[in-house]
Ligand binder design. Sequence first.
Ligand code: PEP
Ligand code: MG
Length: 577
Amino acid sequence: MKYLGNKVGNGLAIGKVYIINTKIPRIEKKSLSNEEEITKEKESLKLVLNEVVRDYEKLGQEAKEDEIKDLCNFYKILLNSNSLITSMEEEITREKCDKLTAITKVMKTKQEELSLVDNAYLRERSKDIEDVTNKLLRKTLGMKEIDLKTLTEDTILVAESIPPSVLLSNHLSHVKGIISEIGGKTSHVAILAGTLGIPAVFGIKEISKILTNGELIYINGNEGYIETNLTNTRITEIKEKLKKEELLKESLLDMKDKSSTTKDNKKLLVSANAGELSELDKLLELNCDGIGLFRTEFLFLNRNVAPEEDYLFNVYKAFAEKMKDKQLIIRTLDIGGDKKCSYLDINNEQNPFLGYRAIRYCLNNKEFFKVSLRAILRASHYGNVMIMYPFVSSLEEIRKANEILNEAKIELASNNIPFNKNIKVGIMIEIPSAAIMANMLIDEVDFFSIGTNDLIQYTVAVDRLNPTVSNLYSFYNPGVIKLIKNTIDSVKNKKGKFVGMCGEMATDPLSIILLVGLGLEEFSVNASMVLKVKKLISLIDSNEAKKIANKVLTLKTSKEIEEYLDNKARIIYGKYY
Ligand code: PEP
Ligand code: MG
């Protein structure tokens, strides 16, 4: 059985399920009756705080990774802060309550305060407060800590929500994967999993109730799914796949210094998809050809008010400066659908994926849109920045967006704020109407980036998050391929214009052969896939790929196409596939 979730990345693994119960029992408030009890409660509060500080100190000292040392240090500073301790003590005195109640209340206030701060780093930390709170409560209640020391076999941790502190443990050698019902790619635990290279899939509903402890499962963090009920044949297949993946990984390290070219030396671009400032250093290390998709919505999510122009500008500027002359494609806000923002006036809709979202919302909220546009324009002074509009379904939308962009330019110019007056503007091709009339839209813009995640969803009418119909969601659907071909063809012979792909299809080994053959110029993929895609491209001869693509265009079913490409991939990629 296959369960789809959100891919958090970091590869593949097979292992036995270990379900972590992170639930804290409901805490009833206890009233203290006299001064003596209050003093005692405050003293035992200090003992708990000291113990937890010591635990973090030890974890920090033993940790090898800087991120983990930093996180432990942050927790330590937080728990040692006089204001926090005083607030808890005051709460006990004022309310005559027990320490559990005081800890819960004060930590909740702290979390709310941080979630409002206009600083991405601190805001991200607000989520960690919950983790510290739970640790304090578990300690107070005398609950056992999650003990990974006792693991003796390859294990996949499963929980409703994996607390980041679990990954602070030094006993992760047997932890081969993590699965969580909630949490996104930008959650702290996802970032830590990335640092530690642990495959992760999040967002599979009820999975901690579906799986049982000890059952063997397969986790594919790159594609975002897990598989259960593995037969012996399937286990052998998976193990074979893991071996190849390992081989490929080893061969990837030297790809950092090589340019992205096909076997016959055709230069292509392999860029990265990004969305958070914290990813920047990692991306620079990869030496990718640029950022093909900066998902700005991550800067708008998990907060109570919209970010200010200066804040956005500073994030974009940091990327632009570090990327130097490499292209940085910043997508304007792609909110709505599954990405909800509590402070925007988007009502609950019956079909949010077909509703009021992305460019549609921005065009209706001109001043709000202009804040983002000005931030991008200002950053364009510091690097090779381009603007990309998402979810475009018509030519009018591009024209309207460009009119607002012009107003933003005029505003900046009249205030003598520098920006690139010739900034390139592109659109995502992720709605079938846009792909069909690509030859008309290309005259309005400088580039296209094909968003296959949505393009496939809308072309075959399959909710990309619904596992029940996921069998129909295929990169190899002939209809989808025709739309991609149409999009790529419409850019051919248009001087100075280019076409890329930032959807997940650009990471699929079979599709990469087809896409090189169709003439795609830029592959923008998740950071963890950049070197792999570069490697695979280096094994493809573009002329041979063209012939393969021509053949694919004559095939009539997804199955035939997949089988045909699979056969070709075995020859082209050899031991790497
Ligand atoms: C896409 O739709 O392919 C895409 C890259 O955008 P997102 O996944 O953010 O919708
Ligand atoms: Mg999309």
